[in-house]
Design a protein around this ligand. Structure first.
Ligand code: SAH
Ligand code: SF4
Ligand code: F3S
Length: 476
């Protein structure tokens, strides 16, 4: 057992507490609202699973909820302000129903200054728990239900020790056909702008057999889209063998997951360019179940800024990697993240970013304005780029990226693609995702969670339009 792994005894002890709460909880309702990335979504499903184990019924309706947990994200200021606004508005809801309990979890809850702020300015919030406390929810709920006053559950270990691995805890999955599977947690990279290592702790990997068991169970249960998650999946090092002395790498794990029986698309996030290896690209090329998409955040096209960001690759090595991906995976979509207006970013640095975007031609680019995060190294840097200038650069790059995305999507017209349907919305419009993870609007209502084959008939900046081929959908 890895040092970070919570013991089976402790997991069972928590479950016993959950059982002991059921009589008093008796059908009360709980709502979990998650912000941020897929990792946090996965945690949100585990929080909901724990609450279900305690006897709660899940709801999306805040006016019905006896317990509300806001599972927060701290990656940019905007994300945090949204949550603070929602918490503020919940004060009224709580005045109407004083018995209601409000909790905060996730990455914001792990920040010391937010813990202080909650104590001082938001006393009506009943509890807060850190990212390594999810498995303790039964115990936390027992405490919170029995007592008044705000309670905070945080472990304050140093980075090298902070963070846990938990196996076999309850999960309430939101979808019956798309599933998230964390394979590792935390991050050791400390990119200078990023809060994630501080709030998610050190890198730690689940045992490969546990990941494989979970993926196998999901595939057997009819899941069609299975996503392996890690902040930095290429750092996966899963201990296995009798004494945990054999190490599995991410390409090995991915290959084994992709070899399991069942009809599903296997996806993964996120790769770091410094260690997205040739092995990984080869595994992707050789397994039909792995999605036709590579998400590889580049963050900046300027070598000087990349150095300040502590990314540990250069624009040249990134371009080389992108070329390699294109040659091994000719049909694959390439997607990325970029930060605009990092401290000291000059017009020339920005134009290097524009140039990289023009030469790689991403199918999709997630663009973010740099947001200072308390406690990170970049926060202490001089040379902040004024907000107006950040916005100008953002809009300029958006214009270029939108044109490229549209051209790339238009080039798909006439091609046949495999689509996993998400079903029809209220207006009867049916959409799905191609194996490149592009959104496609279908001309037939294919049941959600069903694969079909479609010919792309039209394309815009963000979506494709497709004609479903007759007799190509089955529900297995
Ligand atoms: N672990 C992943 C994702 C991290 S967070 C990775 O390394 O790629 C997702 C994205 O948010 C990052 O890729 C980055 O583009 C953006 N981001 C992180 N911190 C930010 C900050 N302080 N300001 C603006 N964008 C940020
Ligand atoms: Fe943040 Fe960098 Fe780690 Fe990604 S690799 S989570 S950007 S520190
Ligand atoms: Fe946000 Fe935490 Fe994810 S900061 S992006 S929810 S790891």
């Amino acid at each position: 057992m890895s040092a970070a792994e919570i013991s089976r005894e402790e997991i069972l002890r928590q479950h016993e507490i959950a059982l002991s709460l059921r009589a008093s909880v008796a059908g009360a309702k709980a709502m979990v609202r998650t912000f941020g990335c897929q990792q946090n979504e996965a945690d949100g499903e585990r929080i909901a699973g724990e609450l279900t184990d305690c006897g709660y019924l899940l709801t999306d309706d805040i006016t019905q909820a006896d317990v509300v947990i806001l599972n927060t994200c701290a990656v940019r200021e905007h994300a945090e302000n949204r949550v603070l606004g929602i918490i503020g508005s919940m004060k009224k809801e709580k005045e109407k129903r004083p018995g209601m309990k409000i909790g905060m979890s996730g990455c914001m809850a792990q920040e010391p200054h937010r813990q202080e702020q909650l104590k001082k300015n938001y006393p009506f919030v009943d509890f807060l728990f850190g990212t390594d406390q999810v498995h303790r929810i039964p115990e936390i709920m027992r405490d919170v239900l029995g007592k008044r006053g705000q309670r905070q559950y945080i472990s304050e270990l140093p980075h090298a020790e902070f963070g846990v691995i938990t196996e076999e805890t309850p999960v309430a999955r939101t979808s019956s056909y798309r599933a998230l599977v964390s394979v590792m947690y935390g991050c050791n990279n400390f990119c200078s702008y990023c809060i994630v290592p501080y709030v998610r702790g050190h890198e730690r990997s689940r045992r490969p057999e546990n990941v494989l068991d979970e993926v196998r169970e999901l595939a057997d249960a009819g899941y069609r889209d299975i996503m392996l998650l890690g902040q930095n999946v290429n750092s996966y090092r899963g201990e296995t063998g009798e004494n945990g002395n054999v190490i599995k790498t991410f390409p090995e794990l991915l290959s084994e997951c992709a070899s399991l029986d069942g009809d599903f698309v296997l996806r993964f996030m996120t790769s770091h360019p410094k260690d997205a290896s040739d092995d990984l690209i080869r595994v992707m090329a050789s397994h039909p179940k792995i999605e036709d998409r590579f998400h590889l955040p580049f963050q900046s096209g300027s070598n000087r800024i990349l150095k300040e960001m502590r990314r540990r690759y250069t624009r040249e090595s990134y371009l080389e990697k992108a070329e390699k991906i294109k040659s091994y995976l000719p049909g694959a979509a390439l997607t990325s993240d970029v930060i605009i207006g990092f401290p000291t970013e000059t017009e020339k640095d920005f134009l290097d970013t524009v140039d990289l975007v023009e030469s790689v031609r991403f199918d999709m680019l997630y663009m973010f304005l740099y947001s200072p995060r308390r406690g990170t190294d970049a926060e202490k840097m001089d040379g902040r780029v004024p907000h107006d200038e950040q916005v100008r650069r953002f809009e300029y790059l958006s214009g270029i990226q939108n044109r490229i995305a549209e051209e790339k999507n238009k080039a798909m017209v006439g091609r046949t693609v495999r689509v996993l349907s998400d079903g029809a919305d209220d207006k009867g419009v049916c959409t799905g995702r191609t194996t490149q993870n592009k959104i496609i609007t279908l001309d037939k209502n294919i049941p959600a969670g069903t694969f079909c084959t479609s010919v792309v008939t039209d394309a815009g900046q963000y979506t494709l339009t497709g004609r479903v081929e007759e007799n190509t959908w089955t529900n297995h």
